[in-house]
Design a protein around this ligand. Structure first.
Ligand SMILES: Cc1cc2nc3c(=O)[nH]c(=O)nc-3n(C[C@H](O)[C@H](O)[C@H](O)COP(=O)(O)O)c2cc1C
Length: 320
């Protein structure tokens, strides 16, 4: 039988802190009998998403019966993204190590993450472009020079980038106070946690898909579903659904409730709390309905758009 495989995906410097932590996690996976490969995004060419919407336009056209075959991203054969994503989608696990820049993941990581939309797992499965759900298990490692206060969007944005690939995150860590390359070598507890993430990813791969669950600290973050630390007061969605509070990452809805210990807890609404849970393929697919609706409204008013466009197309400002 072919060995199962874990990809280490690094968006940090060669021999930098992210790479060290991902290597430590991969070593644990290797010891658990898994094949491991390491992709440092600095070694690959990834063209930024042009925003052409070619992928979601095709998705909408196929969903409404106007197109048969999905041709993918316009840059499919022009850079390394196809190779990277195909490697990931034919693997069993992924461990991502990413430096925090300006509170969130670095631009190099985001280049990769935004291009991954064209490879949306649930959609490609639906149209037969992808033969089998890879059911990937993930471990996330955010690495910054500071503490949580300067990495407040790091794991959250990394977490948000897991949905297009339907990756189930089973553990994560924020490696704090690492500046220069190799700084993390002075932080034994962080190296140990990275190793544990590798062990958790390996254990989850070895567990039947329907029995897989979060293996990290149960009290990590605020959201009991995705363990993000970002919960905000909800607003009405495009179709009117609204929650008192929502998780900014997974979209679960609920309320903030003060416990007997005086601490606030985010309690998921037992009836509708998972209606917009981005971890669930079918719930996430509702977002494609929203995109289609927005387009129907737009394309139905082309005369008005053309008229209003004039003012902005004619007006020019000097550039540099
Ligand atoms: C442009 C830039 C912005 C950064 N912004 C942050 C930040 O907002 N928060 C933080 O904790 N560290 C920040 N850092 C520090 C890096 O996250 C840190 O050096 C990290 O160890 C780099 O990871 P690497 O060694 O894997 O490349 C920044 C570094 C750079 C170069």
């Amino acid at each position: 039988m072919e060995k199962k495989r874990v990809v280490g995906l690094v968006a940090g410097r060669h021999n930098g802190n992210s790479e060290i932590l991902v290597k430590e996690a991969l070593m644990a996976c290797e010891e658990a009998g898994l094949d491991c490969i390491l992709i440092n995004l600095f070694d690959y060419n990834i063209i930024p998403c042009s925003g052409c919407e070619g992928c979601t336009m095709q998705m909408g056209a196929i969903a409404t019966g106007q197109q048969k075959e999905y041709k993918g991203c316009i840059y499919k054969d022009k850079d390394d993204m196809d190779k990277i994503i195909n490697t990931i989608q034919t693997s069993d696990g992924i461990i991502i190590g990413c430096p925090t820049y300006d509170l969130g993941p670095s631009a190099l990581y985001l280049l990769y993450a935004h291009r991954a939309l064209a490879y949306e797992v649930s959609f490609r499965l639906e149209i037969g472009d992808l033969k089998k759900n890879p059911n990937l298990v993930g471990g996330l490692i955010a690495v910054g020079g500071s503490c949580h206060d300067w990495q407040s969007l790091a794991l959250e944005v990394l977490g948000a980038s897991m949905f297009t690939q339907s990756i189930q995150v089973v553990d994560q860590m924020m490696a704090i106070r690492n500046g220069r390359p190799g700084n993390v070598l002075l932080r034994d507890e962080q190296i140990a946690k990275a190793r544990e993430i590798g062990q958790h990813v390996a254990a989850a791969i070895d567990t039947p898909v329907e029995e897989r669950h979060w293996l990290g600290d149960p009290d990590f973050g605020v959201c009991p579903v995705c363990h993000s630390s970002l919960v905000y007061p909800g607003d009405p969605h495009w179709d009117g659904i609204e929650f008192p509070f929502e998780c900014a990452v997974c979209g679960c809805g609920g309320d903030l409730v003060k416990g007997d210990d005086g601490k606030y807890k985010f309690v998921i609404d037992p009836e509708h709390g998972h209606d917009r849970d981005r971890n669930i393929n079918e719930c996430r697919a509702l977002h494609l309905d929203e995109i289609i609706q927005t387009r129907i409204e737009f394309f139905g008013q082309q005369e008005l758009v053309k008229e209003k466009y004039k003012k902005y197309k004619e007006k020019q400002f000097p550039s540099i």
